[in-house]
Write a new protein. Sequence first.
Length: 386
Amino acid sequence: MRFATAAIRAFQAPDPETGAVIPPIYQTSTFAQISPGEHKGFDYTRSANPNRFALEGVLAELEGGTHALCYTTGIGALSSLCFALFKPGDHLVVSDNVYGGTHRFLTHVLSTYNVDVEFVDMTEPSNVEAAIKPNTRLVYMESPTNPLLKILDIERLVAIARGAKTDKPIITCLDNTFASPWLQKPLKLGVDIVLQSTTKYIAGHSDVLGGALILKDESHYETLEFHQKTIGATPDPFACWLTLRGVKTLAVRMKLHCDNALAIARHLERHPAVETVIYPGLESHPQHALAKRQMKGGYGGVVSIRLKGDEATTCRFAQDLKLFTLAESLGGVESLINHPCRMTHKSVPEDERNSIGITGNLLRLSIGIEDVDDLIDDLEQALARL
Ligand SMILES: *Cc1c(COP(=O)(O)O)cnc(C)c1O
């Protein structure tokens, strides 16, 4: 099945008992057993549930993996991955520009377990080569990055991790949340494990949280599946059902997100009150050629801008918008605006924020699928007040 068909049909056959076209929500914590230890594939919902089974099947299919594992949130997926992979004394190489919550987990939780967490600018692949040590266990990437939309050369970074001489083979993981599997297939580019915050584009309606790890190696699957049920950050049946409901329209939503975002990026690039527009689909983006090669069908729905003005002016602009809601998160059908310094990336220390470019005049726009002319009108009226 091709992408849009799989999103609607894979693992989603009508319920054999009743013919219900949409499989029911199996809102149960436990399952009747035939004899002690003998059951129909499900014993307790933390370990397995039909709604989670269906969602995991679809996500594996869409990312081109053999297995997917779902979690309560994207950060639940990240923490479960880290607890499964790391032993005290191990070393992690991670992109310096990652989601704020990822940065917070790695620096404030994982590092207290005596794991050496090293942030590097991965847009220069030789930095990764230089950072790898014999005890490096994981290379963790994000592309496009949040909120600066840097693009990493995934194949090149995977080749560096593969070629490194380390005690154990390095595992590579890429957070594919911003691209979604519709735009980018990291597993096909050689990455071992894809992380998704399904809260964003996959569920797509800002009404449910979730995370997933998608992979293609049987031994990684066994390790992670054991930790999934043992750590216990597994989603409830209704969250899985809602997420699967969102997945069905992923392809059509992503096309609109990308079209609207490109139109808005081009429009803002010409506006005199805007200092810079960061969007991988613009020719002015420093890694536009790489993005074009690595992503298929568009460049995503997030556009970041820097205004000509200070932090206070920038915050006022964000509040003057009427259609764009001032809120964290992204990837929903409705447009949102976020001030990274004061919101999503507040936990990143100020000097670190400044050094990577998360400045007071930076805004991150999550472009929804409303009529693009209404979105442009809204931006215009708020820009006119500056
Ligand atoms: C939101 C987000 C996460 C975390 O996901 P939650 O579901 O909020 O825990 C991780 N990575 C990226 C890129 C995100 O945008």
